[in-house]
Design a protein around this ligand. Structure first.
Ligand code: UD1
Ligand code: CA
Length: 506
């Protein structure tokens, strides 16, 4: 981080204007063996293409053009929703990467200046790397600059060839390379900065005279060199940034890198990640310093975790907000809002529209949906709370069910502040329990309970004296009953087996 100074200074590496970023995404991705287009396979919580488009924003292009082909309906549908400012161009047949770029430039006849070309299958590409590529391209005056990387194992990639002075001369594909060329470890990342006019001229002269019978974009470099134009290469700082995803093994490898990047950034910002190996946090998630993520935590989408909160072990949160100092353990939460100091879990399922107030509790084996739990209100055990408003300080007894569905439509119920719903109550919606009211344990509540009242809706208990010794004679139960009768003759009078009181909640 730079120290602020009163005089505004230009950035260390000025980013030259980029007229367009062209993203190649028309390939079939045969090696994925999938019905889903390769660039729509997800890593780090979003499609590969989405990561590339996000990185492209770093060079502030005037236009972003995606070349689509295989699976174009799905790819363009994704673009309309996730990147509405991106344009797309259809490549009707897979004529190779050179043909793809030619197809894009044909639709941009007026384009001049710098064009960045990259692939939709390189999700690890970082904005800063693109900025450096563009800055180097601008300052060197090259007509083409390829982003390269030094790999211990270059298998599968095109190799960057240099002459005895170190100047870049060409890129040769794996399948077209000699043994000597295959020994080169500097690879082509598939990302380049070009002068638009030079690129256009060279693309018109590509041949298909190669192992794959395709127009190779990579051949542009040798053509420009032959024209006497300088071409350059800039190596990525981290070779992992340029890895392409061609199969599911590489997809999992990309996922691991993206995951590690997010966790490292979180830890450096002051978040405790107890076990990075079992923690998954998508790049879209925000976690404040001094939050703690315990093993088995997975945070997705627009989830946010405030300072002092503890999440995990074993919690999956999707689009969920966790307030300051809240605890969420062994839980699955989707679209939930967990207030400051609230407590969730273990074994709790919070579904969309759940809102827990400050200090509220959704305890073990509790499921909630579209339900608001007021400040300090508690649903501690084994309950279903759907379509409900529960006032502050209310207590919902164990095994309470909000029966919100009559088989046709859903209805809402409410429980007033400081009410006490007895264990095993069924609240048949729509129904309300007033402020400070009680319900008797085991009640099926079908009518509103006024504020301060005790709602009782259940059969009164009766005990049939001596039933076990008469009807289960000879059983161990009958023997135990007989022993109890002998030891305390009053037991036989029913004194110890009376009816219960009007169910005080547990
Ligand atoms: C390409 C490069 C190789 C480089 C590697 C980096 C060429 C000839 N080779 O090889 O030097 O090391 O990327 O990952 O450029 N595509 C189209 N239309 C086509 C063909 C491909 O849009 O007709 C798209 C694909 O969807 C993909 C990208 O271009 O996003 C690269 O194609 P791919 O087949 O993966 O090229 P590689 O063999 O990886
Ligand atoms: Ca590739």
């Amino acid at each position: 981080m730079s120290v602020s100074s009163p005089v505004s200074e230009p950035p260390a590496v000025p980013v030259a204007a980029v007229s367009a970023v062209v993203v190649l995404a028309a390939g079939e991705g045969t090696r994925m063996r999938s019905r889903t287009p390769k660039v729509l396979h997800a890593a780090g919580g979003r499609p590969l293409l989405g990561s590339v488009l996000a990185a492209a924003q770093a060079v502030r292009p005037e236009r972003v053009v995606v070349v689509v082909g295989a699976g174009r309906e799905a790819v363009t549908a994704y673009l309309s929703q996730a990147a509405p400012t991106a344009e797309w161009v259809v490549q009707e047949r897979q004529g190779g990467t050179g043909h793809a770029v030619r197809t894009a430039l044909d639709t941009l006849p007026e384009l001049t200046g710098t064009v960045v070309v990259t692939s939709g299958d390189t999700p690890l590409l970082q904005g800063a790397t693109l900025e450096r590529l563009v800055a180097t391209h601008a300052s060197s005056g090259a007509s083409a600059t390829v982003l390269s990387a030094l790999l211990p194992d270059a298998t599968g990639y095109g190799r960057v060839l240099r002459d005895e002075t170190g100047a870049v001369t060409a890129i040769v594909e794996q399948r077209d390379a000699t043994d000597e060329q295959l020994a080169v470890r500097e690879i082509n990342s598939g990302t380049y900065a070009f002068d638009a006019a030079a690129l256009r001229g060279a693309l018109a002269r590509l041949s298909t005279d190669n192992a794959q019978g395709e127009e190779y974009l990579t051949d542009v470099l040798a053509i420009l060199r032959a024209d006497g134009l300088p071409v350059a290469a800039v190596a990525a700082d981290d070779a992992r940034d340029v890895a392409g995803v061609n199969d599911r093994v590489q997809l999992a490898e990309a996922e691991a890198v993206l995951r590690e990047r997010v966790l490292l950034a979180l830890m450096r910002s002051g978040v405790t990640v107890r076990d990075p190996a079992s923690t998954w946090v998508e790049g879209s998630v925000r976690v404040e310093p001094d939050a703690v993520l315990l093993p088995g935590t997975r945070l997705h989408g627009s989830t946010t975790v405030a300072t002092g909160a503890v999440v995990g072990p074993d919690a999956t949160l999707v689009d969920t907000t966790v307030g300051e100092g809240a605890h969420v353990r062994n839980a699955t939460c989707e679209g939930a809002e967990i207030g400051p100091g609230a407590s969730v879990g273990p074994y709790t399922y919070l579904r969309p529209g759940t809102v827990l107030g400050r200090g509220a509790k959704a305890g073990g084996f509790v499921e909630m949906k579209s339900a608001v739990l007021g400040d300090e209100a508690k649903v501690p055990h084994l309950s279903y709370v759907g379509d409900a408003e529960i006032g502050e300080g209310a207590n919902i007894g164990a095994a309470t069910i909000f029966a919100n569905y009559d088989g046709v439509a859903k209805h809402r119920s409410s429980v007033g502040p400081h009410a006490r719903v007895g264990s095993d109550t069924v609240l048949v919606a729509p129904v309300s329990v007033g402020a400070g009211a009680y319900t008797a344990a085991g009640s099926v509540i079908t009518e509103d309970v006024p504020a301060g009242a005790m709602g009782v809706a259940r059969g009164r208990q009766r005990s049939v004296e001596g039933w076990v010794e008469r009807r289960r004679a000879g059983s161990t139960s009958a023997e135990a009953a007989a022993r109890a009768r002998t030891a305390d003759p009053r037991a036989a009078d029913g004194a110890a087996a009376g009816t219960t009181d009007e169910g005080a909640p547990a």
